[in-house]
Design a protein around this ligand. Structure first.
Ligand SMILES: Cc1ncc(COP(=O)(O)O)c(C=O)c1O
Length: 417
């Protein structure tokens, strides 16, 4: 019997696409650093009747009636997130990572205020003030960069902070692979009386699983998505010190959003519960091991690894300088063999963002499937075979077969059809 009985009957076109996507996810290797596979329990919670409910406000203080169960799940999500991250206050309502950042900025800053954040091509995120974003139209972003050997020069960062006197110092990234020195960020912010904020969207699961240090004690505000390494539904969270709690909650609702998506919050509660289990610690540690093996293997195959290596769940490669293919070409050829990654800028990339010099590869999803060092070594070999033979369709077809064979051994959702 189909799991999607009603959908199949009501809307065959949508049903067909859902089946197609399940097949794509099953038969391919998902190596986009920001993606993962949620558990079947999280998927079930997402599809519950909580999707019908309006819950503007917060537990115990809502603008609509009928909240006896929404309050339970929102309080549960907050309690579990506090246990995982040790934050003084948590708001679980941001609809995703970009809104979480806008809410955080607007809670503590005025239009025109200066924010010192990481340059996009050095690993920062669009929502950290890229000129095309709304945040850049409202606030005045200035940037710090990484050094040629991939470090952050904290002395230089301090110099910029003293000269520019930003209202906020923003740490965090979407394509940087080294461990940040939280203490130094926090000390610099204190010295120039700036608010310290970190966006841990990419590494939240590694922090929750205690595979890397927790920045929460050091920063005034911590934003995150819930769907990357944390392996929850798509969504966002904001953690902060008690002193910022009221401002953050007000900025989320009614400041920026309307009703929270309660089915997402139900699914988030489930995912946070999973992250509290001992097996999640193992998962987070395995991600780091897998990324390190991927780095070592790709280095052996002659790929240029950016930032000198990785301390987290991803690697950034300069494929243009080391293999003579552009990031876009590499993305297309890896798609052909069933490995999904994304093209990515490298620091101060001279090429266009739509066809940059680099690619970013992450291991959280493969690790969720149960893949370990042995499989990661094979994956590195497939990546090298494909990129080195990018014009040879026969080889690409053969490698695609190998990828499918590997994926078959690691099923994702057994009963979804
Ligand atoms: C560091 C960081 N912050 C924020 C976001 C935005 O998250 P969302 O796509 O959920 O809005 C991302 C997404 O990739 C990210 O990497």
């Amino acid at each position: 019997m189909s799991y999607f009985l009603n959908l199949k009957k009501q809307d065959p076109r949508v049903y067909k696409s859902v089946l197609g996507e399940i097949k794509r996810q099953q038969e391919g290797l998902e190596m986009i650093a920001s993606e993962n596979y949620v558990s079947a329990a999280v998927l079930e919670a997402l599809g519950t009747v909580f999707t019908n409910k309006y819950s503007e406000g917060y537990p115990g203080k809502r603008y609509y009636g009928g909240q006896e169960f929404t309050d339970v799940i929102e309080e549960l999500a907050i309690k579990r997130a506090k246990k995982l991250f040790g934050a003084e206050h948590i708001n679980v309502q941001p609809l995703s990572g970009a809104p979480a950042n806008m809410i955080a900025y607007s809670a503590v800053l005025k239009p025109g205020d200066k924010i010192l954040g990481m340059d996009l091509s050095h690993g920062g995120h669009l929502t950290h003030g890229h000129p095309v974003t709304l945040s850049a139209k409202i606030y005045n972003f200035i940037r710090y960069k990484t050094t040629p050997d991939g470090k952050i020069n904290y002395k230089e960062l301090e110099k910029i902070a003293i000269k520019e006197k930003p209202k906020m110092i923003l740490a965090g990234f979407s394509a940087y692979t080294r461990q940040l020195d939280y203490k130094k960020f926090s000390a610099i912010a204190k010295k120039v009386r700036a608010i310290s904020m970190i966006d841990i969207a990419h590494i939240a699961g590694l922090i929750a699983g205690k595979a890397i240090p927790n920045p929460v004690p050091y920063f005034d505000i911590v934003t995150t998505t819930t769907h990357k390494t944390l392996r929850g539904p798509r969504g966002g969270m904001i953690m902060c010190k008690k002193g910022f709690a009221k401002a953050i909650d007000k900025a989320a609702f009614p400041g920026f959003q309307g009703g929270p998506h309660m089915n997402n919050i139900a699914a988030l509660s489930v995912a946070l519960g999973e992250a509290l289990e001992p097996s999640f610690k193992k998962y987070a540690k395995q991600i780091i091991k897998n990324a390190k093996i991927l780095e070592q293997e790709l280095r052996k195959y002659g790929f240029k690894i950016m930032f000198g290596g990785t301390d987290n769940h991803m690697v950034l490669l300069n494929v243009f300088s080391s293999k003579g293919v552009t990031g876009k070409e590499a993305e297309v050829v890896l798609d052909k063999i069933g490995i999904t990654i994304n093209k990515n800028m490298i620091p101060d990339d001279p090429r266009h963002p739509m066809d940059p010099s680099g690619i970013r590869i992450g291991v959280p999803a493969a690790t969720t499937r149960g893949m370990k060092e042995k499989e990661i070594k094979l994956i590195a070999q497939y990546i090298n075979d494909a990129i080195s033979n990018h014009k040879n369709n026969k080889t690409l077809k053969q490698v695609n077969k190998e990828v499918k064979k590997l994926c078959k051994k690691f099923p994702i959702y057994k009963n979804l059809k």
